[in-house]
Design a protein around this ligand. Structure first.
Ligand code: SF4
Length: 254
């Protein structure tokens, strides 16, 4: 039976490599699922794409294993433009993915990440990077057959996993720089992150605005991406202050 590490490139996931090594557990494969925004644009921001390539090279050199990158059948854009077949919105395109909270992700999670990983991991023993100080996550996985938690077994907590990753050259830029982890178009991201995206990646922002114009659902529960665009434009032009007073949407929306 194969022993497979499910790699997210986060610190806990990375530290699993060290824990598995110390525990003397077998490791046959390392797999990760990449989400794609479109056919040729990854959902990760460029610094994260570069980090993953660097990390893959380190892993190959130190553990002798090539990280396998799998992807779902559909890109995020394809899924957003698929038409609903049932319910009140039948016939309309799906639009922005519905979110299920910060931890649970959104409706892209299953087709773009979970399913392709499940296909490759079927029948193997899966190592998950859940730290020893994450009781609620541990409770959700500890009794699953075919799942092992190396960090729990060895007792490594989140802080230690961060240090291990840092000193192994495997700490993702999301922990040290203003780089977002996860999809750059994620509706769960904070206002600051959206502001940075618009400033640093105008092409991605323009693509999001075109999706926003086609989606019958707003980007966030009560706001379209165009609302955010108006807000940031007003900030750029000095019509509203970035700091010093509480922002009110009435200031920028018609
Ligand atoms: S990062 Fe955001 S958009 Fe991407 S799968 Fe997770 S919840 Fe969905």
């Amino acid at each position: 039976m194969e022993h497979i590490l499910s790699l997210s490139y986060g610190k806990d996931s990375m530290a699993c490599l060290g824990a598995i090594e110390r525990l003397g557990w077998p490791l046959d494969r390392i797999v990760t699922a990449d989400v794609w925004a479109t056919d040729d644009i990854p959902a990760d921001l460029p610094p994260m794409v570069e980090f993953k390539a660097r990390a893959d090279a380190i892993i190959k050199e130190r553990w002798g294993i090539t990280v396998e990158h799998v992807r779902g059948k559909y890109t995020a854009e394809t899924l957003m433009y698929r038409r609903r077949v049932k319910g009140n919105h039948a016939g309309q395109i799906r639009g922005w993915p519905m979110t299920k909270g910060q931890r649970m992700g959104c409706e892209l999670q299953r087709p773009c990440k979970v399913k392709p990983l499940q296909e490759i991991q079927r029948g193997g023993i899966i190592y998950l990077g859940i730290a020893a100080d994450e009781p609620s996550r541990i409770a959700g996985h500890i009794n699953r057959p075919n799942v092992k938690l190396p960090l729990v077994e060895i007792g490594w907590q989140e802080d230690y996993c961060g240090l291990w990753s840092k000193y192994s050259g495997l700490l993702a830029p999301i922990y040290t720089e203003e780089v977002r982890g996860g999809c750059w178009f994620c509706p769960n991201q904070r206002v600051d992150s959206l502001r940075r995206l618009r400033k640093n990646y105008p092409d991605y922002w323009a693509l999001m605005l075109s999706w926003d114009g086609d989606s019958q659902f707003p980007f966030k529960p009560k706001r379209t991406l165009r609302d955010y665009d108006r807000r940031f434009q007003a900030e750029d032009e000095g019509r509203i202050a970035l700091e010093g007073k509480r922002f009110r949407w009435e200031e920028v929306t018609p």
